[in-house]
Design a protein. Structure first.
Length: 459
């Protein structure tokens, strides 16, 4: 909706307000859409008032207010199993997506990736939570050190027995390490001792952290899982229907052997691995040379041997999981270098992605930015019952939700992932190009025609 002021004198009361309701705050193109809306409104108003006013586009103040649609679960993600008691699911009912970050091998930087992914998604505008489920060795209180790390009981109007997450720079946090040591749970508190927990006890602690926290409305809750494929992972998969997962490894054969187990476990449970991060992939010496202490990167597709700035396409021929049908496409594999900057951020308790980008860590910024973009884009596809881009092109993968038919072209199914859209603001139109095995189809649509149609049905 659009509200137009009575005059165009500078002032808050004379600002054109556009109310935008995206399906999620994690829309990967939200900033670009907002910018385009501002530009189009300015140009339209200048043309509309050309007979009465002499205006330039920059003379028209436009405010785009973003109010996301009500929280809805992803179409293929019921969030909470039917067997889950309603009293236990109170905390989870307003969360759109659950994304697990796992490694299966300890010490590969999984928690670092989880924390920075959460803060980068938040920087994109998303409503994000981060839950540290490594009950045997919680690391979130070390990676993130809020000014006030106290976990408090929820207000009386919230369901009894709930606690409030810690809010830090827009991200809601919870970890056993933040819980008071007086709780009686082994390992709780920032200086808690060893968490000696049998499987059933660990599962109960995970369930309490997950369902006993008043998360509120979230676009995504990032789950930092402990290494391995044990009780905690099973508890999460049984309590939730995960939207997807992010795997973390190093390029070494030893780490990849365990990654295979995790990818297969999640794949067999119907959870797509949306991205894979190879941490400690390389380092750049003072002379500018690139070195690979753990071996060359093990990307998934053969032939991707061009050197990108972030090293995302360097590969080794002995990758143990090339073309594995549960693995994401090579475009969703990211190589994070050994970084003194990222390490210093961990030591200081301030995640790397909380700082502004700088020239000394361009490669690290590129990795986290591309990782967040890829994950958010896949979550948007999943929310509309479409195949994530990380899985497209895999043998045996279903693509029925990724094609579209056109009335004007009989017996043709066009591939949605290859759709091209060109916007021509000067002529107020855009061109859509669709492709299939039999050929292509192009349609030019005017802006006036588009505005007269229902955005959901196209009628």
């Amino acid at each position: 909706s659009v509200s137009i002021p009575s005059s165009f004198d500078k002032g808050e009361e004379n600002v054109i307000t556009v109310n935008l309701q995206p399906p999620t705050m994690l829309h990967p193109k939200l900033q670009e859409i907002t910018s385009n809306i501002t530009q189009v409104v300015q140009e339209e108003m200048v043309q509309l008032l050309s007979n009465k006013h002499t205006l330039e586009p920059h003379d028209v103040d436009v405010s785009v207010k973003i109010n996301p649609q009500d929280i809805t679960t992803a179409s293929n993600n019921m969030n909470i199993r039917e067997t889950t008691p309603q009293s236990s699911s109170f905390a989870l009912k307003n969360i759109t997506h659950f994304v697990a970050v796992y490694s299966c091998k300890g010490g590969v930087g999984k928690s670092t990736i989880a924390a920075n992914l959460a803060y980068q998604l938040s920087a994109m505008g998303g409503r994000v939570g981060l839950l540290d489920l490594d009950v045997y060795g919680p690391s979130l209180p070390i990676l993130v050190q809020p000014d006030d790390p106290t976990v408090r009981k929820s207000p009386p109007h919230v369901q009894e027995g709930m606690v409030e997450p810690i809010l830090h720079k827009g991200v809601k946090l919870m970890s056993l390490g933040f819980v008071s040591p007086n709780s009686g749970v082994p390992g709780s508190g920032p200086n808690g001792g060893a968490a000696v927990l049998r499987g059933p006890m660990a599962g109960r602690v995970v369930s309490q952290l997950l369902k006993g926290t008043n998360w509120g409305e979230l676009d995504v809750l990032v789950l930092d899982l402990p290494p391995g494929t044990g009780d905690v992972q099973l508890e999460v998969c049984q309590s939730l229907s995960l939207s997807g997962a992010v795997a973390v490894s190093t390029p070494s054969a030893l780490a990849w052997a365990d990654v295979r187990k995790g990818v297969e476990m999640f794949g067999e449970l119907g959870v797509s691995t949306l991205a894979l991060v190879e941490n400690f992939a390389y380092f750049v010496c003072e002379g500018g040379g690139r070195h690979y202490p753990f071996g060359k990167a093990r990307t998934l597709a053969a032939g991707d041997d061009d050197d990108d700035d972030d090293g995302s396409n360097e590969t080794t021929s002995d990758a143990p999981m090339q073309h594995h049908h549960f693995m994401p496409q090579s475009s969703h594999v990211f190589h994070l270098p050994i970084s003194e900057t990222v390490s210093s951020s961990n030591e200081s308790g301030k995640p790397f992605c909380c700082d502004e980008p700088n020239g000394n860590s361009e490669q690290e910024w590129a990795v986290f930015s591309k990782l967040a973009d890829a994950v958010s884009a896949d979550l948007l596809l999943l929310q509309h019952n479409m195949m994530p881009a990380s899985m497209q092109g895999h043998q045996g993968s279903s693509s029925t939700a990724m094609v579209v038919t056109i009335d004007e072209v009989e017996d043709s199914a066009f591939d949605v992932p290859f759709t091209q859209l060109d916007i021509d603001n000067s002529h107020k139109k855009f061109t859509v190009r669709l492709f299939c095995n039999e050929g292509g189809y192009q349609k030019i649509i005017g802006g006036d025609d588009l505005r007269s149609r229902n955005p959901k049905t196209g009628e």
